[in-house]
Design a protein around this ligand. Structure first.
Ligand SMILES: [Zn+2]
Length: 110
């Protein structure tokens, strides 16, 4: 579990850098910042079509999902998961994080 100190995103797993702004993630935020964290990154996909399917499935379950595609920071991703071009990230409200993770696991087998 890590956090972007700039965007105030919670990142469950994966990159060491924020996919949104490229900042190095931190382990902890101040209690004040913690209170402002609203979105959790629950999955990153090299395949935008798959990401869209996951988003749709989450929304069918009543989980608001935010899809952000990232053309720029993919080079900063963990080795082996970096692809040139678009990279899609799915964010869900922090309170729905575990529920979304379970669903994604079921959907993608990851
Ligand atoms: Zn950020």
């Amino acid at each position: 579990m890590a956090f972007c100190p700039k965007c105030l995103y919670e990142i469950v797993r994966g990159p060491k850098f924020c996919p949104e702004c490229g900042a190095r993630l931190v382990r902890r935020l101040s209690p004040q910042q913690m209170a402002e964290v609203q979105w959790t990154l629950v999955g990153s996909f090299s395949d935008v079509t798959q990401a869209n399917m996951v988003k749709e499935a989450l929304e069918n379950q009543g989980i608001t999902a935010l899809l952000k595609t990232d053309m720029f920071h993919s080079a900063l991703m963990v080795q082996g998961t970096a692809f040139p071009g678009a990279y899609a990230h799915i964010f869900v409200p922090r309170a729905k994080c575990q529920e979304a993770l379970d669903s994604i696991k079921t959907m993608t087998g990851k």
